[in-house]
Design a protein around this ligand. Structure first.
Ligand SMILES: [Zn+2]
Ligand SMILES: [Zn+2]
Length: 589
């Protein structure tokens, strides 16, 4: 991104933060900002123009860029310091904006949960003007980039020069691995309830007579799922008799205004109980999703020790002692699948979560997880093990920090010969992403992004069945299972079906043909197919946007690059706000 764009970002970040203030405060604040820009930029040799035109970046020395930036933010800070104890203004304004979309009760509780965390971290970040300006690339932070480059170079120097073996596919020598993700079970789901409402989540109350009513097996819309749907999914999975199951996070409903950490624990216990009943003792590899934390995403290692301990205890029947200990301290672990040479690594997604405001100032947390991951991969390589990585948030999603993505790319490159699968969920959509090698940008590892079991926000519930070669642990194919909820409600029974299998869908013989797959998905034939398979119940314009973004999802492995691909012009929407947060988060020293 060029310098001009960064300056525009500054203009967006501040109105964004300021917009938390109420109307009467907004005006003096903008006046203040204007004064600041007047003093430091516009009247000062027309340097604002210089800053806005990237081709003239070279006209400004690095020192000049840095001092303009720090001057601006020191002044902005003075303003914030004089106000920062007065959170009430911020809350009131936030509530006002929120209440255009949702009812005021939902708004009040959501803002009361997030307000203090957001403000504490923004104030702390803004106090460190030098760091802030180096994030915006206006001051140099040589240290950080050098550290990363040196690390990457050293690690890749020792990459073994091997060729990946071909799969000699033998139907009798396979594992079936099921991925269940984003269940979002709503215990308050009510059959015959309103499917449109003023809360973030519907299908819970019977009020308004005009709306379409929720069904016995759920509703494709802003609704999460009920017992009937989950039972039918587990029954359908049980018929496939899978060897093991990965469970990639997000258990509770989208009911932020009406939830608590205790609720989320109870829902997870309930679901695991159901799992025990329906799927017996099939080995299970669970990880945390961003919805496992209340309020969602806002995790710190210190404050959330009880959370980690509680989830480790819930999942204990499926974890070995070492995995249990690690999960209970950090939320990540690794464990072998029975006595095979397959090691499954479960990561803690909250550690690279863009929407975790605590990461704006946390210098150690993401690095700690990546150091651990690197060590696990080194020892797996020594012990001739193959590895699957589970991480709730996919590498290129708007919630995954680009700083984390670039480190993950290096690790996937270095250990490509032992990493046999990389699985995520979180987006709720049916996707894959292809991660390239670090230097040569050759398509390398597939990030399997499985669609959700929930119907939220207007999708058919899904789970995946991966077909794995026992010998090499390579993914041969996967079958995408779906339920047409609308039909199930009409038929009064749930018929799960295979909507497609990956080999046909991506036009390959097996999923190790990454180059061939890449060539196919960037072409037109695939896009037509993808369009036909886009989420049901979406209006046309939204569908087109999703298909366009899907192509970028496959091609681009970091959010920063995904943004450039899917939003070539700078339009201000939700994705841009994520882009700004993404720039600010993930503190690596
Ligand atoms: Zn989810
Ligand atoms: Zn999620």
């Amino acid at each position: 991104m060029n310098l001009g764009s960064y300056v525009i970002l500054i203009f967006i970040i501040f109105p964004f933060i300021c917009s938390f203030y109420n109307e009467s405060l907004k005006e003096p604040l903008f006046k203040e900002l204007e004064k600041i820009f007047d003093n430091y930029l516009i009247n000062n040799d027309n340097k604002m123009n210089l800053l806005l035109k990237s081709k003239k970046d070279k006209d400004l020395s690095d020192e000049q860029k840095c001092s303009y930036c720090t001057n601006i933010f020191e002044n902005v800070n003075k303003y914030f310091l004089s106000k920062n104890n007065d959170y009430q203004y911020i809350y009131n304004f936030g509530k006002m904006v929120c209440s255009y979309i949702y009812d005021s009760d939902s708004c009040i509780s959501i803002i009361n949960e997030y307000g203090p965390i957001v403000m504490k971290n923004f104030v702390e970040l803004l106090n460190n003007t030098n760091r802030f300006c180096s994030i915006l690339n206006l001051c140099k932070n040589q240290q950080n980039d050098n550290n990363f480059e040196n690390w990457a170079e050293n690690l890749l120097k020792n990459k073994p020069s091997k060729k990946r073996e071909n799969i000699n596919f033998n139907k009798n020598n396979i594992y079936n691995m099921i991925q269940i993700t984003d269940i979002h079970y709503d215990p308050k789901y009510l059959e015959g309830a309103d499917t449109k409402c003023k809360q973030p989540l519907c299908c819970r109350e019977k009020n308004n007579k005009e709306t379409i009513k929720s069904g016995k097996y759920g509703f494709c819309g802003n609704c999460d799922i009920n017992d009937n749907l989950i039972n039918s999914a587990f029954d359908s999975i049980s018929q496939l008799n899978p060897d093991f199951i990965i469970w990639t996070g997000d258990m509770g409903p989208h009911d932020l205004w009406d939830s608590s950490q205790e609720n989320i624990y109870n829902i997870t216990k309930y679901l695991l109980n159901l799992y025990d009943k329906k799927l017996g003792k099939i080995p299970l590899f669970p990880i945390l999703g961003n919805h496992e934390k209340f309020p969602n995403d806002e995790f710190t290692l210190v404050e959330d020790s009880t959370l980690l301990q509680t989830f480790a205890d819930i999942y204990k029947p499926y974890l070995d002692e070492e995995a249990y200990q690690s999960f209970s301290k950090y939320g990540y672990y690794s464990q072998k699948y029975l006595n095979t040479n397959l090691r499954i690594i479960g990561l803690n997604c909250l550690i690279c979560d863009t929407f975790n405001f605590n990461l704006l100032n946390d210098k150690t947390l993401p690095k700690q997880q990546f150091d651990w991951l690197e060590n696990i991969l080194i020892s797996a390589e020594k012990n001739n093990e193959f590895v699957y990585i589970l991480d709730h948030i996919p590498i290129n999603a708007n919630f995954y920090l680009s700083e984390c993505a670039k480190r993950m790319q290096v690790l996937l490159d270095r250990f490509e010969y032992i990493i046999r699968g990389y699985f995520s969920g979180h987006t709720h959509f049916d996707d894959i992403a292809i991660v390239t090698t670090y230097k040569d940008k050759i398509p390398n590892i597939i990030n399997y992004i499985a669609p959700a079991l929930t119907t939220f926000p207007s999708i058919y519930p899904s789970y995946r069945n991966y077909i794995i070669d026992k010998q090499t642990m390579q993914i041969f194919n996967y079958e995408q299972y779906r339920l047409n909820v609308t039909q199930a409600n009409i038929d009064n029974q749930a018929n799960w079906y295979i909507s497609h299998n990956a080999n046909n869908f991506f036009n390959v013989n097996d999923m190790t043909e990454v180059n061939k797959l890449y060539e196919y998905v960037v072409g037109n034939d695939y896009m037509i197919k993808r369009y036909a398979d886009a989420p049901k119940g979406y209006e046309l314009s939204k569908k087109e946007k999703i298909v366009k973004e899907a192509q970028c999802t496959i091609k681009e492995f970091s959010y920063e690059n995904w943004m450039k691909c899917s939003h070539p012009s700078f339009d201000l929407d939700q994705s841009q706000l994520f882009n700004i947060l993404n720039k600010l988060g993930g503190y690596w020293e």
